[in-house]
Design a protein. Sequence first.
Length: 324
Amino acid sequence: MPRSIQLNQKGQLHHLLSTEGLPRAIVMQILDRASDFLVSDGQGGFEVKSQPLLAGKSIFNIFFENSTRTRTTFEIAAKRLSADIVNLNVNASSTAKGESLLDTIDNLAAMQADMFVVRHSQSGAPYLIARHINQVAPQIHIMNAGDGRHAHPTQALLDMFTIRHFKGDFSQIRVAIVGDVLHSRVARSGIHALTTLGVPEIRVIAPKTLLPAGLAEMGVQTFTDLNKGLQEVDVIMMLRLQNERMRGALLPSPQEYFKHYGLTEERLRQAHPKAIVMHPGPMNRGVEIDSAVADGGQSVILAQVTFGIAVRMAIMDILNQSGH
């Protein structure tokens, strides 16, 4: 089996492109390293501490697809490590003028970058960039901040960190992923990570029109009835309704969706009493999730945001240490 493009010759993480095929040891290394960046705020929560581990390094946020929220989180993570951060909304510049993707990358590589954080609407774009960079500038590390419907590995890893923090042992839990799985790179990356970490029961709950093919081959149980799917689960991962990636009439209306698949306090009672509720954000309140649940005692959505900064810091630090 060929070595993953994500690993260097020593088996260390060199690019983070996907959770698929990512060795368990590296996933655990990232989760453990993220813990080092968190300190208690004295009120039951956490703060992310700064460490100047990437001082003098340049990290380029290269976003071919807009996402202020994700870009900001990577920016905060880089700044907490004392890196120089350059934000580029490439939609509004070179590729819009007809310059090819790899020409753009070549020009940015010539600016003495150490790391590229790449977000692209086309599945596979970060892989294409990573293969090219390995040839022309192998010292540069690539982090995938989301590509098409394919992968969102840092979201999956921060979700794994959140689950481990609140639930501990991955081998003893049931996890349900609820919503627009068909269009969700978060769901795909999450399923691969949960499988790698040995979660024995992964459920996907969605309308038939939003269920992709091939879930059974991934070892996932599918449900179209939310109440049945939620029974006795320990972790509920809600997904945002991906309106911008949806083509055609896959759903009657957001109101109809909430009626059958929105997480309400009543439906939450089907799950284990100590189940946690997660959401990658931004939330559509009253569509995927009721405000009473989003703001309730079982919600860990704000903790996910804090943990996400620490996890992205951990990945940047590990990539930096791997050299080339």
